[in-house]
Design a protein around this ligand. Structure first.
Ligand code: CA
Ligand code: CA
Ligand code: CA
Length: 513
């Protein structure tokens, strides 16, 4: 109930105080007032003209114990507001030291595609970007640099609670004619995320070197499409990161000897790389495809999920489809209390490198991995080098002929054929309650092996299960009873406390940078 009240209070307070502002590079003017009838000119102009009221630390460099004080006091845009962007070029968004008590949303007007050349949000809290086209290509003069930077900073302070959703982020709109040198010259990092509690959702990330690099804690990266990259698809170095339902595909070899990974992680500790721990990461329902065109002249041989410099503690890797051309389908070197369940890991590209394995092996310092489960996976091979401690491996099926299992490997459709050997031959213990299509498991009472549960058309999940939804684990809904006398006074009190809320102090993941 307390959660419900907070939720209602947040809606109520933002509805009461939120304002809308408009920015139009075509018909706006710097002397406008931000109304729909008299919009401002560009988003960059709104920032540089100090039209956004926020908060910043009382002293820089930031130190623990610093206090927030008003910034641009009395400016028209403030916490809880929405800035609507119309089509056209808005310059770059650079925010240093902007801590909002509630989110400020920068959003595309319906039917418009506003353009930014880059975003850099450093030392900040409570920002949402929604529906923007962000590309170094949009700049009047091209500079190959990181497109979206979200990070903490020794000078400006910590960063958290940042969201980028529904954006198109790219280095070039069309890479089909790029040479290897064009990739080197044109493709940079799309997302450099070193902030905590950051959400990247439903973005397309195209023609980049490193598509998404996350080292903050508690980040949620979901439903993004990463299409075309010459480095790594996702780098997840922060603790408690959740990476789910992303598509990562079409890796490019630019001849630099780089080991391209669909997903890569490593620990950093006092002794450098491989001397710390990355804790509590979830990889769920992602699909990795080495390249959709097997004969592409620059097709590389990606490693699927490559985690070579542990420790990796308390990870869950489930429902992923890894289609690569390498031995490393899913590899954890230095794993403790991790589980790899219901994944499909297949090398569809004949010859070496490959075929692909799921492997849990020694930490690079020679210490064995311990207390892990490998279950219900379809994989070319399973590799557990002798000497590990308590690695349970069961209900896995080794695949040599993909055509016996999958609907259409030639189009990377790895759903199961009816009555194939993977159907009803898994274990229900530790099975994810949804499959890679977010359909409930199990059908017919028994889990299938691999990322997808075979089911008849139209079936959405077992009775009383959680199938057909957005993903399991949701809490029970709010009470629908009639509010009693305490209700509205409580809401108003909560609104007041929310408006007075300062950004919470941030913890930082040890060794995350
Ligand atoms: Ca790599
Ligand atoms: Ca191969
Ligand atoms: Ca089944």
């Amino acid at each position: 109930m307390r959660t419900c009240l907070l939720f209602l209070a947040a809606i109520f307070s933002s509805a009461l105080f939120a304002a809308d502002f408009y920015v139009d590079p075509v018909n706006g003017s710097a002397g406008g007032n931000g109304s729909a009838a008299n919009p401002w000119l560009t988003l960059q102009q709104v920032v540089t003209d100090n039209l956004i009221e926020s908060q910043d630390w009382n002293a820089h460099p930031y130190t623990a114990g610093a206090t927030l004080q008003p910034k641009n006091a009395g400016a028209p845009v403030s916490a809880g507001d929405t800035i609507w962007l119309l089509a056209g070029y808005h310059g770059q968004l650079v925010l240093n030291g902007y801590y909002n008590a509630q989110p400020i949303t920068i959003r595309a007007q319906a039917g418009h595609t506003p353009q930014l050349s880059r975003v850099s949000i450093i030392g900040a809290q409570n920002w949402v970007l929604d529906g923007l086209s962000i590309s170094t290509d949009h700049a009047p003069v091209f500079v190959n640099q990181t497109i979206v930077t979200l990070r903490n900073d020794g000078f400006w302070g910590p960063a958290s609670d940042l969201t980028v959703r529904n954006c198109d982020v790219f280095c070039g709109d069309d890479s089909s004619t790029w040479t290897a040198q064009d990739w080197i010259d044109n493709a940079g990092t799309a997302f450099d995320v070193r902030s905590d509690d950051t959400v990247l959702a439903n973005n397309t990330v195209r023609n980049t070197r490193y598509a998404i690099a996350c080292s903050g804690a508690n980040n949620h990266v979901h439903d993004n499409v990463i299409d075309g990259f010459s480095g790594d698809g996702i780098r997840g170095l922060g603790n408690y990161g959740v990476y789910e339902y992303n598509a990562v595909k079409n890796a490019i070899d630019v001849g630099d000897g780089h080991h391209d990974d669909g997903f890569q992680s490593w620990s950093v500790g006092p002794g450098g790389v491989g001397t710390g721990s990355v804790v509590g990461v979830v990889l769920r329902g992602n699909i990795f495809i080495n390249h959709e065109n097997p004969s592409h002249p620059m097709r590389t041989t990606t490693q699927g999920v490559g985690c070579f410099d542990g420790w990796f503690d308390d990870w869950v890797i489930e429902n992923n489809v890894v289609i690569t051309d390498h031995w490393h389908g899913i590899t954890l070197l230095g794993a403790r209390n991790c589980r790899i369940v219901n994944n499909t890991v297949i090398d569809l590209y004949t010859g070496t490198p490959g075929p692909s394995w799921i492997q849990i092996g020694f930490h690079k310092d020679g210490t064995p991995s311990e207390d892990c489960v490998i279950r219900n996976n379809l994989s070319n091979t399973i590799s557990i080098p002798a000497g590990q401690t308590n690695i349970v491996s069961d209900h896995n099926i080794l695949v040599t002929d993909p055509t016996l299992f999958f609907v259409d490997p030639s189009t990377y459709d790895m759903r199961l054929l009816p009555a194939c050997a993977a159907v009803d031959t898994g274990s229900n213990t530790l099975m994810p309650s949804l499959d890679a299509d977010k359909i409930g498991r199990p059908y017919n009472g028994v889990a299938d092996v691999g990322a997808y549960e075979w089911h008849p058309i139209g079936w959405t999940g077992p009775t009383g299960g959680s199938g057909g939804g957005d993903g399991g684990g949701s809490d029970s809904g709010c009470s629908t009873g009639t509010p009693s006398g305490w209700f509205w006074p409580a809401i108003l009190a909560l609104c007041a406390s929310l408006l007075a809320t300062h950004p919470k102090p941030r913890k930082h993941a040890a060794g995350s940078e």
